[in-house]
Write a protein that binds this ligand. Sequence first.
Ligand SMILES: C[S@@+](CC[C@H](N)C(=O)[O-])C[C@H]1O[C@@H](n2cnc3c(N)ncnc32)[C@H](O)[C@@H]1O
Length: 218
Amino acid sequence: MEDMTDTMRTSMSLDGDVDKLAAHYRTWADEYDADVAGHEYGLPASMVRTLVEALERLEPDAPARADGVAVLDAGCGTGLVAEALHAAGWTALDGVDLSEEMVDKAAERGIFRSLRGGVDLTVPPDDTLRHSAAIVTVGGVFTVGHVPPSALGTIAELVEPGGLLVASFRRAYIDGTDLTAEIERLEAAGTLEPLVHLADQPYTMDSLGDFHAWRVPG
Ligand SMILES: C[S@@+](CC[C@H](N)C(=O)[O-])C[C@H]1O[C@@H](n2cnc3c(N)ncnc32)[C@H](O)[C@@H]1O
């Protein structure tokens, strides 16, 4: 595997400080796709595979349905996960992110129904976002220096009752945080019902990652 770029390395050194993260992604937005998508970015395809497996698990006899089902991509960045979802048939796509500049780049793809910047996923969602999507995806956000494991609970609040949450977790993040305990806590509390866990899947050029899908009973 290739080594990561200096910009990627810096993004992982910001200790989850939302002001520093917003400032970093402000300056990275223009080059993000060239830095990330140009280098074995397996994460979007792994997200789609996890979602498809979750839908097949829920309805084994039905084809995994994409058409018409709204997907909210949380931490959408420039829209690389949404682009993979779109290619797989999901066309009702909304996106939110902390960074206004990353969202501006996402808008240029022309595949989103709506986009919103300035959304901090570490705090409970406002009423317009709470329970707003049947499927919520969050790719590349549970990574070193970004959001804490406790954000999994606040992001789950975006999902409509009975909907799905699909999330990626960088290997070093899993090993370096209390993520596993937080997942166990949320599953034991019934906040998240496990459907799919794909371990050590293609993630970035320098790392594998785990991908989970949960049903969110609400
Ligand atoms: C590595 S990028 C991933 C972007 C996109 N999902 C992708 O796969 O290319 C991480 C994204 O998380 C966003 N982010 C970081 N901290 C955040 C927070 N507290 N709330 C919302 N978004 C955040 C950043 O602005 C950035 O767009």
